[in-house]
Ligand binder design. Structure first.
Ligand SMILES: [Zn+2]
Length: 248
């Protein structure tokens, strides 16, 4: 994706790698970075013109939204996949802090985790679910597709879907985030979770550059919020992503 014509031609060989990086950067239109509180879930996507609905026939239920550019790219990708018999049904898209908190609190208070020490309870939930404030689903750039069961991607239709995504998603700007990569920290692999990199790469960078105190202030108002630092939510989880999702 980074190798445009001309950049690799013989004429341009004497150019330094710095020139090439600059040329690539110039070709990317300016991205508006949302305020930190939005990136950390204080969004109202249904009332925000930066977001647009995914057509209901492409989703498992009504009312899913993504940021407009990501929504358009998702629709193009969905259409291209459908033409090859692959169904990229959206199962989850933008989630607000409140929505993530309801998922988190339900898991926190579930009978299966009742006997666990608080930190173990948080780590167990964090195998697959984000702490409110830290979810990429707050950004409006990420979408879960096809199935939320890892076993579904091991064979048959799920395996074909994953293979299609790994070959073609990048053509539409989407990258796999939680890859089965031993060097990655944080969440278990999620074959279903893909991200629109032209927005999410600069969003991650902006979040990482925000002041630690400002970020820390977000982690309140849900069960176990005091554990955000002890589980290293920002280092291990928010940054526990693939090289592609990091923009490397
Ligand atoms: Zn997801």
């Amino acid at each position: 994706m980074a190798c445009g014509e001309g950049v690799t031609s013989e004429d341009s060989l004497p150019r330094s790698s710095g020139d090439i990086a600059e040329a690539v950067e110039d070709s990317i239109p300016d991205v508006r970075i949302p305020p930190l509180r939005e990136l950390m879930g204080r969004v109202s996507p249904a009332r925000d013109s930066a977001f647009a609905p995914i057509p209901p026939e492409l989703c498992s239920r009504d009312g899913m939204l993504l940021r407009r550019e990501a929504r358009d790219a998702f629709m193009h990708m969905h259409e291209a996949a459908a033409a090859e018999g692959i169904s990229l049904t959206a199962l989850s898209a933008t989630r607000t802090f409140g929505h993530q908190a309801s998922i988190w609190n339900r898991k926190w208070n579930g009978a299966q985790r009742m006997g666990m020490a608080p930190v173990d309870r948080a780590l167990d939930i964090l195998r697959f679910s984000s702490m409110p404030g830290s979810s990429r689903h707050h950004w409006g750039t990420d979408v879960d597709m096809h199935s939320l069961d890892p076993a579904d991607f091991e064979q048959g239709e799920g395996a074909r879907t994953l293979a299609w995504l790994r070959t073609h998603a990048e053509d539409f700007g989407f990258v796999e985030v939680y890859t089965p990569d031993a060097g990655r920290s944080g969440y278990q692999p999620e074959a279903w979770h893909w991200s629109y990199a032209p927005l999410s790469v600069p969003f991650l960078k902006a979040l990482n550059e925000a002041s630690p105190d400002e970020k820390r202030a977000v982690f309140e108002g849900f069960d176990g919020a005091f554990l955000a630092d002890s589980v290293d939510i920002l280092g291990r989880y928010v940054n526990g992503v693939s090289a592609e999702a990091e923009g490397r």
